[in-house]
Design a protein around this ligand. Structure first.
Ligand code: TYD
Length: 201
């Protein structure tokens, strides 16, 4: 059975990960690979409706409820998109995944990290990305990129942002083989050179 690759794109809001994911997609296709794009929250199908609730619901959302909705979306993405594509030998590029829940709900909202790891493991069935990029930006750069039109998560404030950012950096220290931190305050082209470099490795 052919085995593809599972690559995830992470970082705080406004880090530019989606731009880099699309650039890598074009690069891989040009080099003859079959590529599948997906995202969390909001994979094709049910995930789109879960994303709508997570980003736009304007009533009270309990922290644990928020976590479970992200995890439900993840379980759906892994089972219906990621696993079938990897089995077909494709390269799956996923915009956010397990590390987002650790960074945002764990470091950001303050939920227990062991509990989140345990739940992530249930949601994914134990599958982990082969490679994860963390696009690192400071709060000022992020604010400029996000602009004034913020969704529910992006409205959480500066301190929340910094907790999330530090969460990602700590995660990368714990799992240096899988997680590569890329300085994303630089130009799109410069960042992309690093993206390719890590992919080739
Ligand atoms: P995303 O669509 O990547 O938004 P952006 O392009 O603005 O980064 O992610 C939506 C939001 O959901 C983002 O603010 C991070 C948040 N999120 C979590 O809090 N936990 C999670 O597990 C995931 C997957 C996302």
């Amino acid at each position: 059975m052919n085995k593809g690759l599972f690559i995830t794109f992470e970082g705080a809001d406004g880090c530019g990960k989606t731009t880099q994911m699309n650039l890598l997609k074009d690069y891989l296709i040009q080099n003859g690979y079959e590529v599948v794009l997906t995202r969390e929250p909001g994979a094709k199908g049910l995930g789109e409706q879960l994303r709508e609730i997570l980003l736009n619901y304007d009533g009270e959302v309990a922290d644990r409820c928020e976590s479970f909705l992200f995890l439900a979306d993840r379980a759906q993405n892994i089972e219906t998109i990621v696993i079938p594509s990897i089995k077909q030998g494709k390269i799956v590029l996923c915009d956010r995944h397990i590390d987002s829940t650790v960074a945002y709900q764990g470091y950001g909202r303050g939920l227990d990290l062991d509990e989140i790891n345990y739940l992530n493991n249930i949601a994914t069935g134990g599958i982990k990305p082969d490679l994860t990029y963390v696009f690192d930006v400071d709060v000022e750069t992020s604010a400029k990129r996000v602009g004034d039109e913020k969704d529910r998560m992006e409205s959480a404030g500066k301190e929340f942002f910094n907790r999330v950012r530090n969460g990602y950096l700590e995660l990368a220290q714990k799992e240096p083989k899988r997680i590569k931190v890329i300085d994303s305050t630089r130009s799109i082209e410069e960042v992309f050179q690093d993206v390719i470099k890590e992919f080739r490795k």
